[in-house]
Design a protein around this ligand. Structure first.
Ligand SMILES: [Mg+2]
Length: 271
């Protein structure tokens, strides 16, 4: 096996140094929660000679690294891309070097966070629902996840709550109360899954990552002629929707990693 190519430190050697391609991970470069294939990693290496490339995943750094580990030929997944964004860019790398990290608690501050957490717990304590378990607030790096029934609920209890919530609107009412109580906090509330909703700052979707490539945070980024984005959940409500429809990007919807490969061949390698 030959030694891996050195990590690039600029874009000047690319065929198109002013084109950047950004990729979602799950369903775009890899099967959902699975490993990127050797073929995909080889294709990305080839594409990297043509233009700049980056990844924008919603999962945390550890998870995305793992997805490029098995077939990455011993390379750290972070170095397979010019830009590497985990948690939508809350953790960011360029040329394998960390750029910045941000967290929900840093952004909101302890005092405001405690007011929010206490309000949630008080609100839950006054709910009348058939079942309550434990872990009502899960504290994560980029968000909090709030569950009226608690995240310790069993699968059966989750199904039952979901049904009950559809009839009684527990989560929508909870969110309405939070919006009324904290109108100035700049928070987005998003119902997902069966038993909970996410709370995170406005704009902390995948468009968060664009600040690092557009020079909004540093001054020496190239003026890209084109920023392409490839993702599978580009419909409204999907986690690629905002960056896909952002005026700064050219959006491409893919149906699978194989479809991504096909579209890349067509766009960049067919003559
Ligand atoms: Mg996806």
């Amino acid at each position: 096996m030959s030694a891996p190519a050195p990590i690039p430190t600029d874009f000047s050697s690319r065929t198109h140094p002013r084109i950047l391609c950004l990729f979602d991970v799950d369903g775009t470069l890899s099967p959902a929660r699975g490993d990127a294939s050797k073929e995909m990693i080889d294709l990305l290496a080839r594409l990297r000679q043509t233009c700049a490339i980056g990844v924008v995943g919603g999962s945390d750094l550890k998870k995305i690294r793992e997805q490029f580990h098995v077939n990455g030929g011993g390379r750290d997944g972070v170095t397979l891309f010019d830009y590497f964004f985990a948690e939508n860019g809350l953790t960011a790398f360029k040329f394998g070097k960390p750029l910045a990290t941000q967290s929900f608690i840093n952004w909101l501050g302890e005092e405001k966070y405690q007011r929010l957490a206490k309000f949630c717990l008080r609100y839950i304590s006054q709910l009348d629902i058939p079942v309550m378990r434990g872990t009502f607030i899960e504290f994560r790096n980029g968000m909090i996840n709030v569950s009226p029934i608690g995240r310790n609920a069993s699968t059966e209890e989750r199904h039952a709550f979901e049904k009950y919530d559809k009839e009684h609107g527990i989560r929508p009412k909870f969110i309405a109360a939070l919006k009324e109580e904290f109108p100035d906090y700049g928070l987005t509330f998003s119902i997902g899954g069966q038993i909970s909703f996410d709370v995170f700052p406005h704009g902390w979707d995948k468009t968060y990552s664009l600040r690092f490539v557009t020079g909004e945070d540093s001054t020496n980024e190239p003026q890209w002629d084109e920023i392409h984005f490839f993702g599978d959940k580009t419909y409204k409500g999907g986690n690629d929707y905002e960056i896909f429809s952002d005026p700064r990007t050219i959006g491409h919807t893919v149906t699978s990693p194989e479809d991504t490969a096909r579209q890349l061949e067509e766009l960049f390698f067919s003559s």
